[in-house]
Ligand binder design. Structure first.
Ligand code: HEM
Length: 530
């Protein structure tokens, strides 16, 4: 009989100390110990024969030569100097880490290496190289972080690796197609109708607040978008004031902040013993426990529903489990995996799409000329036809380029030695696809810091996507919900521009706040009904 999964799915990934404990890591530690010993030895020897200052300088020089030689002999990518224990963390801009990493890519080129705490990290800022690297099985793991391996335990889809990831990725891909979130799905009209129901609810809600209303659209957007996602994932949605829904939203919002705060914990395992860090970890683990309890209840409701066809993710998972009951792979369909997967799909869709929509509305408010042009192009069209309007598609793409939701990218981890460009990258390395550097590369994009939707329109007037446009990343782990995300963005974005003249209240700060995602700073906009 197949056994349910109770241990982390990847045997070789040990959880608990926040990093992969493989032979390669021991090798690296050994190298550091040997180098430190040489340094100490040099200081002692020189000290006996020379003046103290000269002895220290000479020893330091010898140390640099030995370090460089060792690095070259292992054929690692170039990169900056790192301090022991903390690596390059001390120089990272805490508010905007992607800016520091981007300036390093200008200095060291499209691939460089550095240490973030104890984790060796390779940063890639060339779209072609990212795609080539992420198409290899060896880079299909997740970064060896305490968050992915320690807190999420390698379950779900976002943090999964190996066979579990392969199986669940296929399952989620097929489920999204079955539910209509794919260009080729016969059920696409059903998914469009589901989303449009919540789009119309959003429009009615804002209109009900007044002819011309000033508000931060965050709460209204989160409720309507979240309801569409709830319907798709859980087969139910809650009213605006429902306590469970309010709590789930609170958890999502705070959880994202805490994950941002937990950043250093990923790299400096010892920090986990500080009281403040313990608080953060407790918030995350208790949040996971309580959410899973809610999921248990919803799953029971779905089990009792008389629905014959699969119309949400819960039903799809239950049906798949039943289908595989005599196969070994049923081990991937245990309760723990079920709960983590539901949380992943809910979280991955809501946070990213909501943030992109918020940026979209804000950019439309700032660029009145673009907003008017979009409105005039969409006015006579039904919402189902809007995705065919190249200029509208271009405005969405330009927002995703200029304000990528994850400017540092979602890192991968190498599961075995990997060749990237002419370099050898050891297993257990974190690989960062630096979206910000790619989207802001002045060699590719003309005036990258300027909002110009036209750059996504080709000479024939059609929408086109340059290779360097990677908001969903690329390769084998590329966002599995990209088509669903586009459906959400087009339907919600178009309805807002068609129904309201959106404008700013004075100066707007477009820099944003960077936690795990880059979100707009709190802002109020004026929505005037049309
Ligand atoms: C504008 C909206 C979205 C953006 C910008 C976005 C972006 C991303 C990125 C950058 C990744 C990491 C890919 C990698 O590791 O190489 C990712 C993964 C993922 N996304 Fe999205 N996403 C969006 C919407 C969605 C939606 C609507 C879903 C719903 C199903 C979704 C589900 C996922 C999942 C499950 C993963 C993990 C895939 C894996 O590890 O194999 N995303 N997304």
């Amino acid at each position: 009989m197949p056994q349910p999964l109770t241990a982390p799915p990847q045997g070789e990934v040990k959880v608990g100390r926040g990093y992969i404990e493989d032979s390669n890591l021991y090798c690296r530690c050994l190298t550091k110990v040997v180098l430190s010993f040489c340094f100490f030895l040099c200081v002692c020897v020189c000290h006996r024969k020379m003046a103290p200052l000269w002895s220290v300088l000479l020893s330091f020089l010898l140390f640099i030569i030995a370090y460089t030689w060792l690095r070259r002999s292992r054929n690692l990518p170039p990169g900056p100097w790192n301090l022991p224990v903390i690596g390059y963390l001390a120089w990272l801009n805490p508010q905007f880490p992607y800016l520091t990493l981007t300036s390093l890519s200008k200095k060291y080129g499209p691939i460089y290496g550095l240490y973030l705490g104890s984790i060796y990290t390779v940063v890639i800022s060339d779209a072609k190289l990212i795609k080539k690297t992420f198409n290899k099985d060896a880079s299909s793991g997740r970064a060896p972080l305490h968050l992915t391996h320690g807190i999420m335990k390698g379950f779900g889809l976002i943090c999964a690796q190996g066979d579990l990831w392969k199986d669940q990725r296929k399952f989620v891909h097929n489920t999204l197609r079955t539910l209509g979130a794919s260009k080729v799905s016969p059920n696409r009209p059903t998914m469009e109708a589901l989303i449009l129901h919540h789009v119309s609810d959003l429009v009615q809600h804002i209109k009900s607040l007044g002819e011309s209303v000033t508000l931060d659209p965050l709460d209204s957007l989160r409720h309507s978008l979240g309801s569409a996602i709830n319907q798709m994932v859980f087969g139910k949605c809650w009213s605006r004031d429902d306590a469970t829904w309010k709590w789930l939203q609170h958890l999502q919002e705070e959880g994202t902040k805490h994950i941002g705060v937990a950043g250093p914990l990923n790299f400096l395992p010892l920090l986990r013993f500080l009281p403040k860090s313990k608080q953060t970890i407790n918030f995350l683990t208790e949040g996971i426990r309580d959410t899973h309890q809610i999921y248990r209840e919803i799953i029971e409701e779905q089990k009792n529903s008389s629905n014959e066809t699969v119309s949400n993710v819960i039903q799809a998972f239950l049906a798949e489990k039943e289908k595989r009951k005599n196969e070994d792979s049923v081990k991937f369909y245990n309760d723990q995996q079920f709960h983590y997967l539901l949380a992943d799909i809910f979280g991955a869709s809501l946070d990213t799409t909501l943030t992109t929509l918020r940026w979209y509305v804000l950019y439309m408010a700032v660029h009145q000329d673009v907003q008017k042009k979009v409105r005039s192009l969409l006015n006579d069209l039904t919402l189902e036809q809007i995705a065919m309007v190249p200029y509208f598609e271009a405005t969405i793409a330009e927002v995703q380029r200029i304000r990528p939701v994850v400017p540092v990218g979602i890192p991968h981890g190498s599961v075995e030695e990997l060749e990237i460009a002419q370099y050898k990258v050891p297993p257990g390395t974190m690989i960062v696809p630096l979206q910000w550097a790619v989207h802001m590369d002045a060699n590719i994009w003309d005036e990258p810091e300027v909002f110009k939707p036209e750059r996504f329109i080709n000479e024939e007037g059609k929408f086109f996507k340059p290779e360097a446009f990677i908001p969903f990343q690329a390769g084998k782990r590329m966002c599995v919900g990209d088509e669903l995300a586009r459906m959400f963005l087009y339907l919600f974005g178009a309805a807002l521009v068609k129904n309201f003249a959106i404008s700013c209240m004075g100066e707007v700060d477009l820099t944003g706040d960077c936690g795990i995602t880059l979100t707009p700073k709190p802002h109020e906009l004026i929505f005037t009904s049309l």
